[in-house]
Design a protein around this ligand. Structure first.
Ligand code: ADP
Length: 358
C-alpha cells in the first residue's frame, strides 16, 4: 500500500486541473505540472507569479480595476476569466478558491484549483447567439402577424368595397374607378409583401451582397420612371443631375430597394401636390444621394426609432405602411459600408441622405 505522501504525489503529478498553493499575497508558491497545459508555462515558471499576471488585456479592459481586485482578493466560490496562454491563444479559465482555515501559515494561505473552460464558454456563446436569433425570429413573426392583421386589412377592405360596388352598378365610370382603385391596392399589398419577404431574408441571413459597377444616377432615373412616377403621378419629382457622374461598386438589387423605398416614402408622406427633390453628388471618397420632401416630417424623438423594424412614427395618420422599409434600407446601406442620414422637422419635411463609399 502506497504511503499518504506517495498518494498525494501521484495526485499532484497527474491532476488535469491546475492546483496551486498561494501565500497571503496571492503569490503562487506551489503549482502542479498541469500548469503547462492550463497556462502554457511549466510549474517552476509560474511560481512567484499571481494568476492575475496571466489575464488577457481584453479581459482587463472590460473589467474595472476595483472589480478585478475584489475578484481575486476576496474570491467567493469560483471565478471565470480569460488568460493569454503561453502559446499565445486566449483561453477561458475557471478557478475555485479554498482558504486554509483562520490562521494559516504565511506562505500557505490559499489553495486554488483551475480548469480550462474555453470550449464550454464558446459553446455557450454559440447557444446564446442561436437563442437570440431564435428570439429575434419569433418577435419578427409575432410582429408580422399583427401587421398582417392591421395593415393588410385596409387594402383588402378597399378591394372588397369596390367589388360590392360593382355588384350593384357597372356603369363605365364605376367600372373604371373600381379597377383603378383595386389595382392601386393590389400594388400596395404587393409592395408590403415584398418588404416583408426582404426583411425575412435579412433576419434569416439569406440576403446576398453582389457588388458590381453601376451608375447611381441612372438607377435613380430607372426607379423614377418604372415605379415612382406611376404610383405618384401628381407629385412633382425633380432630379438634380450630378456634375461629374462616376460609376460606383454597389449591389444593383439592394440599392434599387433603397432608392424605391426612400423615394416612395418621400412621396407617400407628402401632400400629392408637394415637391420631392433628388440629387446625386460625388465628392472625393463618397457618392451621396439626397432625397428631400416637404411633407409631414418626423418628430425629433422618433427619428432614431424609424430605422427599427416595424416602427412607425405617431404622426403617420392614415398613411399605410408596415414600418419595415427603413430598417431594410439601413441594413442594405450598412452592407455597402455606407451611412443613412436624416434631417427632419414635423410639418416642414424630411431629407434622407445615403452616403456610399465609391
Ligand atoms: P412605412 O413607410 O411602411 O411606414 P418605413 O420603414 O419605410 O415604413 O418608415 C418607417 C417610418 O418612418 C414611417 O412609418 C414614418 O413614420 C417615417 N418616415 C419614413 N420616411 C418618411 C418621410 N419621408 N416623411 C415622414 N415620415 C417618414
Amino acid at each position: 500500500m502506497a504511503t499518504p505522501e506517495k498518494i498525494f504525489e501521484l495526485i499532484a503529478e497527474h491532476t488535469t486541473d491546475l492546483v496551486c498553493i498561494h501565500d497571503s499575497e496571492n503569490t503562487i508558491r506551489f503549482a502542479t505540472p498541469s500548469s503547462k497545459s492550463i497556462l502554457g508555462y511549466p510549474a517552476h515558471e509560474i511560481i512567484g507569479k499571481k494568476l492575475t499576471d496571466f489575464l488577457s488585456s481584453d479581459f482587463i479592459d472590460e473589467m474595472d480595476f476595483t472589480t478585478l481586485k475584489r475578484f481575486f482578493d476576496h474570491p467567493e466560490t469560483r471565478i471565470r476569466y480569460q488568460v493569454k496562454h503561453g502559446r499565445g491563444q486566449l483561453r477561458w479559465l475557471e478557478t475555485t478558491f479554498t482558504y486554509f482555515g483562520k490562521n494559516p501559515q504565511k506562505d500557505f494561505t490559499l489553495l486554488t484549483s483551475t480548469r480550462d473552460i474555453t470550449e464550454s464558454v464558446h459553446l455557450t456563446d454559440d447557444l446564446m447567439a442561436a437563442l437570440s436569433k431564435e428570439q429575434e425570429i419569433s418577435r419578427f413573426k409575432s410582429n408580422l402577424y399583427s401587421i398582417a392583421s392591421h395593415e393588410f386589412k385596409t387594402p383588402l377592405a378597399v378591394i372588397q368595397a369596390n367589388i360590392e360596388m360593382l355588384r350593384i352598378k357597372r356603369s363605365e365610370k364605376v367600372l373604371n374607378n373600381a379597377i383603378g382603385s383595386i389595382e392601386e391596392e393590389v400594388d400596395r399589398l404587393n409592395s408590403m409583401i415584398a418588404d416583408m419577404l426582404e426583411l425575412k431574408k435579412l433576419t434569416t441571413g439569406q440576403t446576398t451582397f453582389r457588388p458590381d459597377l453601376l451608375d447611381l444616377e441612372e438607377l435613380v432615373k430607372e426607379v423614377l420612371e418604372e415605379n415612382i412616377r406611376k404610383a405618384y403621378p401628381d407629385t412633382d419629382i425633380q432630379l438634380k443631375p450630378a456634375k461629374k457622374p462616376e460609376k460606383i461598386r454597389a449591389d444593383y438589387t439592394l440599392l434599387r430597394f433603397v432608392i424605391t423605398n426612400l423615394l416612395g416614402n418621400a412621396c407617400k408622406f407628402s401632400d400629392k401636390k408637394d415637391r420631392v427633390i433628388v440629387a446625386v453628388e460625388y465628392d472625393e471618397e463618397d457618392v451621396k444621394m439626397i432625397i428631400q420632401d416637404f411633407g409631414i416630417g418626423i418628430p425629433e424623438e422618433e427619428q432614431a426609432s424609424v430605422f427599427k423594424s416595424f416602427y412607425r412614427a405617431k404622426n403617420v395618420g392614415t398613411v399605410q405602411g408596415t414600418g419595415v422599409g427603413l430598417a431594410i434600407v439601413k441594413e442594405f446601406v450598412d452592407l455597402h459600408k455606407g451611412k443613412v442620414g436624416l434631417v427632419s422637422s414635423p410639418g416642414e419635411g424630411s431629407t434622407f441622405t445615403v452616403s456610399l463609399p465609391k
